[in-house]
Design a binder for this molecule. Structure first.
Ligand SMILES: [Ca+2]
Length: 466
């Protein structure tokens, strides 16, 4: 009899179930285009009391990297557990199902094991090319039981604001809106996420809720009260040093963007910054609403909470006001994980990648991943934040028929472009990557070694090799 019980137990373990154990809920919060403009990341100008409180409950990853510095490829990567070089999704106009029709996504993995899964707002990428109008973006029936998008209400009109480029860049405008949080899509994302968590908990079903906030992504629309948190003079502007290394032809693929940003006066730069900061505080308030549910229902011990940005952002570094570069500013993202049994209020400075989220969820939920994953579970670092992180973190970006790949180690960032140009930055004394050392003879061996590391991730599918 004892052998039979053992056999059943082992059989259950191999399919990923732990009999009798409570299955953890998963709350995945994604803030679109959020860089380290967060209080707990050392920014003293921004007001993010809720995200700061979240960090006090868990582990803050100081050096987490997106695999692509733009929404769709980044999200496809961490929601499939594969690098962009493997998914072949390297732009915003490719739906992941067109490349990977049968892939089991992160929410799909838990849904197949009996979880209720729901996405509110932007978890997978949105947009016309994703079939947003036809509901094709959502992957309902595979990844999700329910996926919802919201629009501003009639009360949520823009009270004041303007386009910062005279209309040249349609996306580049800010607006302080009337009404409350729930008159904007992100307020409704929070409201529906709260309701789903409450309803599924009451029903006794484990849940995976994705709360995908649009802010601080453009257009910079947030309720007026969040703009009022940043009165004139409360924000400071970064300026590059005068002796900065020149950009390489592919470092920033600017075109109209570059022209428009170069025409900015400090007034426009400060307005841009204020619009972004207001969006961060708006998102922070929504994170507070989600945390309140975990408090009220006493769910912290039964829930894995992940808070992440999907790509970084430049605020005037390299005179750039966007993402899509392979500089640290664009690749590095905030990442906080609160896990039952994990450390509280600790910072982990080891290198990690968003790619590691899929195996982390599989690990904590006791599920066997449905396919080979390219990341590693963060559990080891969540339990021991001072342990060593990854040896290297990788990010890539496409540039038309060209592309670039970058490797970040503890000390160095090396970038290899497919036109043969390269960048090397020493983070031990140049955190803003202002001096390109790639051509210095004394670094030839180092460059060779970092180049070798890049070959480990392979070349991206569908793009020409140099
Ligand atoms: Ca994004």
């Amino acid at each position: 009899m004892r052998n039979l019980i053992l056999a059943v137990f082992l059989a259950a373990m191999t399919v990923g179930y732990c009999p009798g154990a409570t299955r953890l809920n998963v709350l995945l919060i994604v803030a679109d285009d959020l860089r380290d403009t967060v209080g707990c990341y050392g920014n003293t100008m921004v007001k993010t009391p809720n995200i700061d409180r979240l960090a006090e409950r868990g582990v803050l990853f100081q050096r987490a990297y997106a695999q692509y510095p733009v929404c769709n490829p980044s999200r496809t990567s961490f929601l499939t557990g594969l690098r962009c070089e493997e998914t072949g999704v390297v732009g915003n106009n490719t739906h992941f199902r067109s490349k990977l029709p049968d892939i089991v996504t992160l929410p799909q993995m838990v849904r197949q094991r009996g979880y209720y899964t729901a996405a509110y707002g932007k978890i997978f990428h949105l947009g016309e090319a994703m079939g947003e109008e036809r509901g094709g973006w959502s992957d309902v029936g595979k990844s999700w039981d329910e996926a919802m998008l919201f629009h501003p209400t009639a009360a949520g009109v823009v009270l004041e604001g303007r386009n910062l480029t005279g209309g040249v860049l349609k996306w580049c405008h800010w607006g302080a809106t009337a009404g409350g949080d729930d008159d904007q899509p992100d307020g409704q994302n929070a409201k529906y996420s709260v309701e789903a968590m409450e309803k599924q908990t009451a029903a006794g079903k484990p849940w995976f809720v994705g709360a995908g906030f649009h802010r601080p992504h453009d257009p910079f629309l947030s309720p007026k009260k969040y703009f009022e948190m940043y009165p004139p003079g409360s924000l400071k502007l970064y300026h590059d040093p005068a002796d900065i290394s020149p950009l390489l032809p592919l470092s920033i693929s600017g075109g109209d963007f570059t022209k428009a940003f170069n025409a900015f006066t400090d007034r426009e730069r400060m307005e841009f910054l204020r619009g972004y900061y207001a969006g961060v505080s708006f998102t922070d308030a929504q994170v507070g609403r989600l945390m309140a549910v975990l408090d009220r229902l006493n769910l912290w011990d039964q829930t894995l909470v992940i808070f992440a940005g999907d790509n970084g952002y430049h605020h005037n570094e390299r005179s750039w006001w966007n993402k899509a570069t392979l500089f640290e500013r664009s690749c590095r993202v905030p990442l906080i994980v609160v896990a039952p049994g994990g450390q509280r209020g600790q910072t982990c400075s080891g290198l990690v990648e968003l790619l590691d989220l899929y195996p982390t969820v599989a690990d904590y939920c006791g599920l066997k991943p449905p396919h080979r994953l390219s990341g590693q579970s963060l559990r080891r670092l969540i339990e021991r934040p001072d342990a060593k992180g990854k040896e290297a973190a990788f990010t890539m970006v496409g540039r038309g028929r060209h592309y670039g790949q970058t490797v970040r180690t503890d000390r160095w960032r090396y970038v290899q472009w497919s036109d043969g140009t390269a960048e090397l930055y020493d983070h031990s004394n140049d955190p803003e990557e202002t001096r390109n050392l790639a051509q210095l003879p004394e670094h030839a061996e180092l460059v060779k070694d970092l180049k070798m590391k890049l070959t480990m991730v392979g070349s991206p599918k569908g793009l020409n090799s140099p």
